[in-house]
Design a protein around this ligand. Structure first.
Ligand SMILES: C[S@@+](CC[C@H](N)C(=O)[O-])C[C@H]1O[C@@H](n2cnc3c(N)ncnc32)[C@H](O)[C@@H]1O
Length: 259
């Protein structure tokens, strides 16, 4: 996987420098990207990640960015009652208000939903590219000045770190113990035909799969006040996985809850 960084348009140079520093990607001109498989591009619309068609160095897929105003995200937010899967899994009714540590932030969607339901969310993301995408999404959302969106953003914070290191800091008392730890690692597909959403497929291309998901759960043990929630693909519990206290079922994913 070879990712290039591209800056295009009239941009804030300090912000460009910070993205360059965090990602450590080679900075190229948009016409010179033929040898790369993906580009991380900052332009006036924001930061986005795209796969490149190798043939002509042309962008072949839709770029993925983090957009907290995205219609589907707002739809999920509006239609997410407290009775539904995610809220049930984190135990929203029982320990409100609650602090949730989303230790595998990804594109920040679940975090946004939880924050919109009133949780304080701390997002941890280890990939510098994905961290930069969320950072940019939070920045653009804050710049809209929309009060309702701003109220949700106030509940969200983001850190570039490896979850295991954060858990260690919790053990040492350097970080506060969250009520809930939420884990949604990139599980290997259950079958060759397993369908995934376009942007998750792009994440899989760039990041690969997290083969250490069971060890991540082990590392989180003892670091939450109430429970650890693991989101897993598919509607059924996988044979051979560590037995959860209970399972919240779902159509495309289920939540394993460790109380
Ligand atoms: C499937 S995505 C999470 C999607 C997210 N729940 C959402 O709603 O957008 C998994 C993310 O977890 C991150 N990740 C995996 N293992 C991690 C670890 N040990 N520490 C921090 N981040 C990790 C990956 O880099 C990836 O971005």
């Amino acid at each position: 996987m070879k990712i290039a960084l591209v800056f295009e348009g009239d941009l804030d140079s300090a912000y460009c420098e910070s993205i360059k520093q965090v990602t450590q990607l080679p900075l190229v001109d948009s016409s010179q990207n033929a040898e790369f498989t993906h580009i991380l591009k900052l332009d006036e619309a924001g930061l986005s990640l795209s796969a490149l068609e190798l043939r002509a160095g042309e962008i072949h897929k839709q770029p993925t960015c983090v957009n907290f105003q995205d219609a589907s995200l707002l739809y999920r937010k509006a239609s997410f009652g407290k009775h539904q899967g995610l809220a049930k899994a984190v135990g929203l009714n029982k320990h409100e208000p609650m602090y949730v540590l989303d230790a595998t932030a990804g594109l920040g969607r679940d975090a946004f939903i939880l924050a919109s339901m009133g949780c304080e969310i701390r997002m941890i993301e280890q990939s510098p590219v994905i961290y930069s995408l969320i950072f940019d999404g939070l920045k653009r959302a804050a710049e809209t000045g929309e009060q309702a969106l701003n109220d949700i953003l106030q509940k969200m914070s983001l850190h570039h770190a490896k979850a295991q290191d954060w858990f260690e800091e919790i053990r040492q008392g350097k970080q506060a113990k969250p009520d809930v730890i939420y884990l949604d690692p990139m599980f290997p597909p259950r079958s060759k035909n397993a369908s995934v959403k376009k942007d998750i497929a792009l994440l899989q291309e760039v990041l690969g799969f997290d083969e250490d998901s069971d060890s991540l759960l082990e590392a989180a043990r003892g670091c939450a006040k109430h429970r650890i929630v693991v989101k897993r693909p598919g509607s059924r519990v996988r044979k051979g996985s560590i037995k959860p206290s209970f399972v919240v079922p779902g159509k495309t994913a289920h939540f394993e809850v460790f109380v």
